[in-house]
Design a protein around this ligand. Structure first.
Ligand code: SAH
Length: 192
C-alpha cells in the first residue's frame, strides 16, 4: 500500500484496476514503452479492447515488443497520432464500454526528450476522454512540474478543479516535495 503511494505510476494503476472489468475497453493516451498499455490489456482481458496513442513511431515499436513479450491476448490498436485526435477514430469514439483512459505526461525517457506533451493538446484530449468514458469510468493523469510541464500541470489543475457535477475529481501530490509528479483522477458518476 505505502509502496503504491510512493510510485505515482503504481498508484494510478491501482485506481484504474479498481474500476476496469473484464470485457471493458480502455485507452492509453501516452503509450511510451507500453507499460500502461500492457497493464490495461491485463485488466480488461481477452474479451476487452485497448487503444493506444503516441506520436513517436519508435515508442510504438518498443511498446509492440513489450506487448509481444507479455503474451497479451487482448486486441490492442496502437495508433501513431496525437491523443487530441482520439475523437476522430470511429471505433473508439463509438465504443460505449470505455472504462478508463490513462495519461502519463511528459517525455518518453528512452527517446527524444524534446518531444513532450503540451498543455493545449493534453487539455483537448482530456476533454474528449471524460466524454468518452462510460458512467463509473475513470481518467488518470500523471503530470510533471519540470520546466516544460509546469504550464501544462497548472492548466490541468485549473480544468480539473472546475469540471461539472457529472464527475468527481481528485488530486494526489507529495506535499513536501515540489517536483514529485502529481496524479489527477477523474471519476464519472454512475448517475449525475
Ligand atoms: N506511459 C508511458 C510513458 C509515457 S511518456 C510509459 O508507461 O512508459 C509520454 C509519451 O507521450 C511519449 O512517448 C511521447 O511521445 C507521447 N506524446 C507526446 N505528445 C503526445 C500527443 N499529443 N499524443 C500522444 N502521445 C504524445
Amino acid at each position: 500500500m505505502i509502496e503504491t503511494f510512493r510510485r505515482q505510476t503504481l498508484f494510478a494503476q491501482a485506481c484504474v484496476k479498481d474500476i476496469l472489468k473484464p470485457g471493458d475497453s480502455a485507452v492509453d493516451g501516452t503509450v511510451g514503452t507500453g507499460e500502461d498499455t500492457v497493464f490495461l490489456a491485463q485488466c480488461v482481458g481477452p474479451k476487452g479492447k485497448v487503444y493506444g496513442f503516441d506520436i513517436q513511431k519508435a515508442a510504438l515499436e518498443e511498446a509492440q515488443e513489450n506487448i509481444r513479450k507479455n503474451a497479451v491476448e487482448t486486441p490492442i490498436q496502437l495508433i501513431c497520432d496525437g491523443h487530441q485526435h482520439m475523437g476522430n477514430y470511429p471505433k473508439l469514439s463509438e465504443d460505449s464500454d470505455i472504462g478508463a483512459v490513462m495519461f502519463n505526461l511528459g517525455y518518453w525517457p528512452d527517446g527524444d526528450q524534446s518531444v513532450t506533451t503540451q498543455a493545449d493538446t493534453t487539455l483537448a484530449a482530456l476533454k474528449q476522454s471524460v466524454r468518452l468514458i462510460r458512467p463509473g469510468g475513470i481518467v488518470s493523469v500523471i503530470a510533471y512540474s519540470h520546466s516544460a510541464g509546469q504550464d501544462e500541470k497548472e492548466q490541468i489543475d485549473q480544468w480539473v478543479g472546475h469540471l461539472d457535477h457529472h464527475y468527481d475529481t481528485y488530486c494526489f501530490e507529495v506535499k513536501n516535495h515540489n517536483h514529485a509528479p502529481t496524479v489527477y483522477l477523474i471519476l464519472k458518476k454512475e448517475r449525475p
